[in-house]
Write a protein that binds this ligand. Sequence first.
Ligand code: NAD
Length: 495
Amino acid sequence: MKPSIAELIPSTPATLSNWIAGEPVGPMSHAYYMDNVNPATGKVISKIPRSQDMDVQAALRAAQSAQLIWKKTSLPERADLLESIADAIEARKDEFAQAESLDTGKPFHIAKNVDISRAISNFRFFTGAIRHDETGCHMMGDALNYTVRKPLGVVALITPWNLPLYLLSWKLAPAIAMGNAVVAKPSELTPTTATLLAEIFNEVGAPKGLYNVVHGRGIEAGTALTNHPIVKAISFTGGTQTGRYVAQSGAEQFKKMSLEMGGKNAALVFEDADIERTVQGIRRASFLNQGQICLCASRILVQRSIYDEFVAKLVAAVQELTVGDPQSESSDLGALISDDHQQKIIGYVQSAKRDGGKVLCGGSIPELSDEIRGGSWFQPTVIVDLPTSCKISMEEVFGPVVVVHPFDTEEEAIEIANGTQYGLAATVWTQNLERAHRVSVAMDTGLVWVNTWLHRDLRTPFGGVKNSGIGREGGHYSLDFYSNAQNICISLPRS
Ligand code: NAD
């Protein structure tokens, strides 16, 4: 039987380490530890190093030494290592899922079937990608050009709390596949699976220092990393304002940068959509992971002729969602990441009410059992009757709250959808193929899904435009980012 959440919380918090050169090490200034809280209960589950400059420098030196060896390995050797990492995570899947669930407050079954499954797929995908990769070859009449991908050196991976291992592995697998060594700075709110992964690297015999982890605050450990000249590239996923700081610090030394940032994604529902399928699709797109996915739909735009019917059905479907114990298979939503985040979401709902919004369901903290009452919770919430320019419709809430707006014409829907600073993802719900294409290309976003959401082929380009990001991840886009292309031109004089 699965243990209860109370049984999973240690009576004395565990102490997590940084991982440098294949060894678990504490912070160099010994006193500096921070609390890692389980957001479902509010209890401290571990202490993590609050790393400073010195810790980051040690990790960077370890990575630099490892990279000198690693860059000499062949692509098939690297593919073998990636595959063995995937196998080793798979063998400890429940342990990883439990750690992710405890750090984030998300349901265990979602951590297992979404987060950890995808982390394993990321390593397997890039195993295949480098086994089957081809580079360019351009023939001239009197010369042959061919392209070689060379590693960058040491790269910094900075990741958020919402999908901790999922997003870290999405960067880490292609980074090492291309011959780089890595220093990772996971979110201080979700440090555990990045740490477990360091054990896996040792278990499979990876070179010591290929993957290093420094824990701590973004403003300390994060900036120490982005400012350091050893770091040749920064791959960052997180909020737009943090991305701006990261970009500024990396620009000084012309580091290569990939920035995946915030979103305010619109779902456009046309009168010819299959309503039942759309309601189910939008419920998932809005509330998976408590709405804490950068791709979640948070502005639902519905054609006026079906507005009343659609809203009634959406609200009924949302009211069927179960919020509760992350250990229970029947929980659809778990806790939010923290009390601070819960307060931010409550603030947005209050601002919506001040702007004239009507809360049709949710809008407050749910009733919960004693075991989890101390956590950071919020009900899935649907709000209507707001102007499209109000605060909650323009800013990223990153929680289980959606606003629904009516529209009359396709042009109006496009204008509203494109009317924010963000440009990450959109979904279009229609059975008219021409409209699906016409509206999709009109979206100022990096991603569009038609009659689906989070349907991912890992070869496709992933990323945003405007204040949602720079660069693309996925398939050869990732391989290109984590390498420098070099062209070699060989003269072939005509005899
Ligand atoms: P955040 O920006 O607060 O933190 C992200 C990471 O950056 C953390 O590891 C943090 O410690 C670090 N950091 C903070 N300040 C830093 C600094 N000055 N220098 C270097 N590193 C620093 O984001 P978050 O709250 O952890 O995550 C939520 C945000 O992430 C949302 O805005 C969400 O949209 C975004 N996100 C985007 C994507 C995407 O693919 N576009 C995916 C997931 C999450």
